[in-house]
Ligand binder design. Sequence first.
Ligand code: UDP
Length: 452
Amino acid sequence: MMENQNVPHLVLIPPPFHGHMTPMLQLATILHSKGFSITIAHTHFNSPNPSNYPNFNFLPFFDGLSDTQITSKNFIDIASTLSTNCVTPLKETLIHHMAKLEKLDEKIACIIYDGFFHFIDSLTKELKLPSIVFRTTSATNFLTYHVCAHLQTKGYLPLQDSKSLDLVPELELLRFKDLPIFGLTNPHDFLHSTSKTLSITPLAVIFNTVDGLEDSSLNDLQHLYNVNLFPIGPLHMIANEFDNISILREKDNCISWLNNKPRKSVLYVSLGSIASWEEKELTEMACGLVKSRQNFLWVIRPETVTDVSAWLESLSEDVKLGVVERGCVVKWAPQSEVLAHEAVGGFWSHCGWNSTLESLCEGVPIICQPYFGDQRVNARLLSHVWKVGLEWCNVMERNEIEKVVRRLMVNQEGEVLRKRAIELKHEIRLSLSGSSCDALDGLVKFILSLEG
Ligand code: UDP
């Protein structure tokens, strides 16, 4: 698209992972509506579809990923390759873009990059471009990076299993087992990578969160950082772009299946866009879900089982029949729409931050099954702080699954969580015209002040 003269130019740089790309595009949509010209600089891998965003410019840059890496879908390997391979191509792309703007007597007002790409900090300084970091995890999760570094200097590491249930001295809402570093075979790799994240010095930090949900963590971060923090969220609500900004598209229409189910009768089951189950866990899940006698909408991504139909065929006759009677299995679901559907009464989730926010916004209580990274922090917030989630043993065994599903969907315990989830939903929605709206106005003013 044509460059807009006299409009402040922003360049936003998301990593090519669904849970990062989607909120960055939502932020871009919001900032565009505030009058900024938007350019998205992105890797070739998992590139967004420009035709879904006719108002944005797109700047692809070389990522150097091999076909083997791309097909392996090894998130950690891809992430570390990108942070070395992309430095020079991104720099050249930005220089080229700056030169193009200069010819029009224009310049980049600000770069907004995902904190996951910490190498961009030195790049923007070298190019003398103002930069703001966007964080796609909770503020509390970001705070744990500081806490882990502190625990290391105080000699707490490696964390002992015997202390797993003790509260973390500097962050008492979490137990040691909730920290992203807990149980890692190589905690030093984690500390090395978080130290890079902590050493970057942007002008400001944007969080996709709500002040009322994370005020204590945001306050702690504000004490640690001498920069503006902008808690603007939930971005998917503010952007109101539920349908257009998915990298992956759902072909099966599970919404019509939901339309025929009674109110609050369906458990939505999904592990996000990266984590996956093993096949034997899937079989236990199928048995447990059927035994719970509840309706379920279940996302099984192709990375988990390539041929879902063949796997379903391999189940025993009674389980197969139960899945057909009570379940709907899809490769990908329009999640925000699903969670907003009145037939959905619960979510069995890995507690990724986007899934967490999407569920909170629709007042849907959660069975928390965190795996790694920030998911355990979010699970603790959901179950212990906001009291809308069920912590369970995470044992993928059919009887345990049957029990936890019935706890959420049938028992009084689930009803209490559901009521609390509805209350929280209203509080979050109020923040859209309150704290998040103020933070967004503050961000816009802040970016405009950089130009002067
Ligand atoms: N998602 C979706 N359909 C699916 C599974 C996931 O739309 O079938 C979306 C979900 O709405 C969320 C994102 O993928 O916005 C997953 O992000 P999250 O932070 O929850 O987890 P991650 O995938 O990063 O682990």
